[in-house]
Design a protein. Sequence first.
Lengths: 339, 558, 299
Amino acid sequence: MKSDEVISKERMDEKQKSFVLVKNDDNNQSPKTPKQKPSLFKRYFKQFDMQLLVIPGLLLILIFNYFPMYGLVMAFQDYNIFEGFWNSEWAGLKHFKRFFNDPKFFEVMRNTIVLSSLKILIIFPAPIILALMLNEVRNMMFKRTVQTITYLPHFLSWVIVAGFATSMLATDNGSINILLEKIGLIDQPIRFLSIPEYFWGVIIGTNLWKTIGFNSIVYIAAIAGINPQLYEAAAIDGASRLKKMYLITIPSIMPIIVIFLILDIGNLLSAGFEDLLLLGNNPVLRSVSEVIDTYVYRVGISNGLYSYATAIGLFKAVISVALLTMANQIARRTENSLW
Amino acid sequence: MSKRSLTALISLITVLLLVMAACGGSNDTSKANDSKANNDNNDANHNSQLSDGEVYEFGSEELELTMFGNYDWYSMPAWGDDLASEWMKENKNVNITAIDSGGEAAQKLSSMIVANDFPDFIWTDKGADVERLREAGKLIALDDYMDKYPNLKEWLSEDAINMLRSEDGKLYQFPNWYNSEPFGNAGYVVNKKIWAELGEPEINTPDDLYHFLVEVKENYPDIVPYETHVEAQGVDLLYSAFAEGHSPADKRIKAVPEDDKLTPLFNNENYIESLQFANKLFREGLMTQDAYTQDLEQVEEKILNGKVAVYAGASPTEFATDGHYRLLEEDPDAGYIMIPPIAKEGLNRDNIHPGSYEMLGWNVAVIPVNDEDPGKPEKVFAFLDWLTGPEGQSVQNFGVEGTYWDGFDDEGWPIFTEEYINDPDGIAAIVNGSTNHQWVGNSNFLDTAKANFTMELPVEDRLWATHWQWEVTWPTQKDQTDYYAITPMPEEAEGEILQHIDDIADEAIASAVQNAKDEDEVREIMLQAQADAEAVGYDQLLDYLTNKWQENLEKLGW
Amino acid sequence: MDKLTKSDCLMVGFIYVALLLLVFVTFYPFWNSLVISFNSGQDTSLGGVTFWPREFTLENYEVVFKDKRLVNAFLISILRTVVGTAMSVFVTAMLAYGLSKKELIGRKYFMIFCLLTMFFSGGLIPTFILIRGIGLYNNFWVMIIPTLVLVWYMIIFRTFFQQLPKELEESAQIDGASTWGIFLRIALPLSIPVIAAISLFTAIFHWNDWFLPTIYITNDKLIPIQTLLQRILNSNTATQAMANLDAGSAAHFSKMVTSFTGKSLSMAIMMVATIPIILVYPFVQKHFVKGVLIGSLKE
C-alpha cells in the first residue's frame, strides 16, 4: 500500500529522533564511567559558544525579573510606601489568613477554576480548529482575507467589546432580544446580562470571538513550517484531505499544542480580568464573576492594600507553579515537555 | 557530587551573588531617600515659608509650576491653549506643566513617592491618599499661608475648614468646588409629553408613581416606565420617599442615624419598605430590566430619544438637559420636567431628601514639601489662593475682564456686560477651555455671581438644568457634611469589615430588587443580610462610624 | 492539484460556510467602530448607527491630527517598534535555540529559571527603583531593554527549534560549522514562519504598550503614540463633558468619566492607534507560505 510508505517515512523520522536521543543518553551516561570524567568546568567551557547563546537572555531575566523580586517581602509586611521595604512593619501571615478567611474565598476560587476550565475546554481548541480549517482553503485570497479579518477583534479593547456585548444583549432594545422576538422564539426579552446562569456563557462567547483569530496565528505558522514533502508523499498515495489532516497536520503541530496546554494549565488561576470586570462587576453577577484577579483589583489594589494584593498574588503564583509542574510531568509521557 | 547538583549549585550561587550585589546597591539609595524624607519632616514647618511677614505677590515674577492630577481619566490640557490660561500666562507670568497620569494614576503616584520627587501641587480626592501623604510628612500645612493670603479664608466657611483639618489640627487640603449653599441634582425627571397625554396626573406618593408607571406600560409598550440610571441609582432614591429626614447617603455608609447613634441599614423598616416598592416595580416590568448592568451609553441613548417616562438618579439633569433640548427641536410640547420628590402618605414633604451634598466640595489640591526650593510652596499657595478668589474665578469662568464682565461692584461681584447675555457660545467656549484647569473652584462665589444674574432672566431663557435646580433639586438636597470621612481606612480592622459589609449589601439589595418573588421575600433577604453582616462584625463597624460621626457633629456644632 | 473526494467536498463546503460566518461576526464590530469614528459625536449618542455614518464628519480625526506632538510620537512609536522587535526577537531566539539543545549544561535549570518569571513578579516599586538606579528613567531604551526577553515567545521558539530536522544540523556540524553558524545559517532560515509570527506579536506588544512610558518617561519628546492618544482622548472628553456641568455635579461626574467618553472621538483615536499595526499583518502573512525554504536548503 502506498499510504504505508507515508507512515513508514514518519517512522523513519521517529527513528532518527530516537537515534539522537540515544546518542544523548550515551553522553549523559558517560560521566558515570570512572575512566573519563571531564570536570563540569571543562565541559562548560568546551561548549561555551553554545552557552553564549543563552547568557544574554538569562542575564536580562536575572536583572529585570529576579532582582526586583525582593518586593515580594511586602506580602509578609504591612507595607508602607513611605517606609520602604526595609522599615515597614512585619505582619507574618496576616494577609494570607485574611484571604483564606474571607467569606468570599470559596466563591472566588470556584469561579476562577470553573471559568478557567471552560476557557481551556472551549477557547483553547477553537483557534486550532480555525487554523486547520484555514489550511484546507486553497484560495489564497480568501484565506488571507479570513485571516486578516478574524484577527481584527484582538485590537478592539475590552471596553469596546464589552460595550458591544452590553448593548446587543440588553433587555431594553437589545438587538439579540429584538431578533429573537421577531423570529418568535421568545415573547418576553431575556435578561442575558443580569441572570447569573447566563454569565459564563456570555464570557466564553465574547472571549472566543475576541481571541480566536489572533490565537490561530501561531498554529498557522506551525502548519506553514511542516515539511511539504510529507503532504506530497501523501498526495501521491491519494490520501483524502481528512486523512492528511489526521496523519500529518495534527501530529506535526502537536508539540506546540501540548506546550500551550501545559502553560494554560499553569495559568489555571488566571481566569481573565478586564472582561470580567467590565461585564460582570455588578452586584447581580459578582457571585459568578469574581475571580482571584478581579478580587485582588477590587479589594486590594483599588483600596491601596498593596501587601494584601501581593500576598494573594504570591499564593496564586505558588499554586500555579505546582500546577505547571504537574502538567509538565504528565506531558513528559508525550515527549513534549517544558523541561 | 553529581554533575547536576553541581550545575545547580553554581547557578544558584551566581544568582545569589548577583542579587545580593544588586540589592546592596539599592539598599543604599533607598536608605538615602529615607533619611532625606525624615529631614523633610523636621524641617518642613520651618523652611516652607518665605522670611516672616513677607507676602509673595502672585504675578510679580515668572512662576513655573508642575502639577499632577491623581485620576486615571485626567490629562491636563496644555497651559496657554485656551483664553483663560493664555491670559494668566501672559499677565500673571505663570506657566504650568502637568505630570500625566497616563491612565495609571495610582502607580504614577507610587513612583513619585518612591523617588521622593513631587510636583508643586497634587490634585486628588479627599481622604486616603491625602492622609497617607500627610502622615509621612510630605505635605505642607496651609494654616500659616491662610493668614497671609486673603481668599481661601474669606470664601471657605469656618465649619468647612474645621472639617477639612487633619488629626494634628492643621489644614493640608485646598478644596475644590466648596460651597456653603445647598447644591446637587438628585431627583425625578418626568417625560412631559407622556405625562400630559396621560392627563397630567399628580405624582406625590409612591402609590401615585406606581399607578402612573402602570398607565405608561399599558399605553406605551416601547417606553421604559422607570429608568434608574446606572448602578440602579433610581432604587436608592426611592429610600428618601419612605424615610423622612434621611437621604440616600445612608445607603452609602450602610447605616441609619437614629438619635445619637448609627443603626443597621439592612433591617431598617423604611429601607426594607423602599426595596419592597422597588421590587414591585421590577417584578411588574415597570422599571428598566437592565438596572444593574447597563452602561451610561445605553442610558444616554434612552434619555436622548425620549424613551423613558420617569428618570431618577443622583444627577439626572446632565442627560435630561441634552434630551430636553433635543426633544424640543422635534416637538415644542415635548421635553422633560422635574417633579418635587415623592413621599409616602403622612410624611412631611418638606423634609424629603432624594440627594445629599457636602459643603467641602468635590476634591482638593495639596502642596508637597519642596526641599530644593523651600519657598516654592508658599508661591504655589499664593497662586491657588488667587485662582480661587474673585479675579481668578472670573477669568476662568467669565473670560478676561472687559468682554463679558467689567470690574466688580461694591459687594465684590463681577458686573456683567450685555455681551454676557448675547453671546452664550462665547461663554461656553471659555468654560470649555478652562474646566480642566479648575482645581480650586469656588462655588460660593460663582453660584452667587451667576444667581444674581440668572434671577434677572425670564424663566424661558434660563437653562433647563438651572431652572430645575432652583425650583426642585437644590432646595431638597440634604447637607450631609456630617458623614464626611467617617468610614475607616481600608487597612484598619474596621476597613476590612466595611469591605465585607459593602459586598453583602450590594448583593443582598440587588437580589431583593431583582429576584424576590414578593414582599416577604424582600424582607427575608434583608434580614438574612443583617445576620450575615453581624457575623462579620457589623456592630463594631457601627460603633466606629458612630464615634466618627459624633466627632463631626461636634466640629460642625450641629 | 489534488483531487477532491465526495467527503472532501462536503468538508470544504462546510469550512467555507463556517469561515464566512466567522468573518461576518468578527468584522461587524470593527466596521461599526470605524463608521462611528466618522459620525458626529452628538448624533452617535442617539444610538442606532450601524453600517454607514448617519452624520458624516471628519471632526473626530481633526481633534487628533491637529495635535502638534503627533508626528514626533508617531516616529517614536515606529522607532521603538522596529528596534524593539528586531532586538527582542533576536535575543529571544538565541535563548530559545540554546535551550533547545539537549546537551546544554544547566538546560533544565535555565528553563525553570525562565518559567518562574511568568508567575512571580516583584511588583512595580522595586522595578521602578531599579530602572532609576541604572539610569534608564526617562531614557528611550527603557522601552526596549527591560522587555528584550519575552519568555512566552521564547517557549514557542524553542518548541519550533526542537522540531527542526536533525539531519541538517548534523551534516553542517560534520562540515565544521560552529553552533552559531548553524543557528544563523540553518536554524533561523528554517524558522521563517515562526519568526514572522513572533515578530508580529512582539511588534504589536511594542506598538500597543503604554504602561512603560507612562511610568518611566516624563519627557514629552519620548512619548509614543499610544500614550499621546490617550492624553488627547482624556483631555478632550473630560473637557467636553465637564463643561456642561455645574459645580455640584462635578463630583458625581468624576465617577462616571472613566466609563463615559465621547464614543465617536474614542473610536477615531482607536483607529489612528491601531490601523498602522494592523496593516503589518498582510506583510507578515506571506511568510506563512509552506516550506519553501526547507526545499531550497535540501538542494
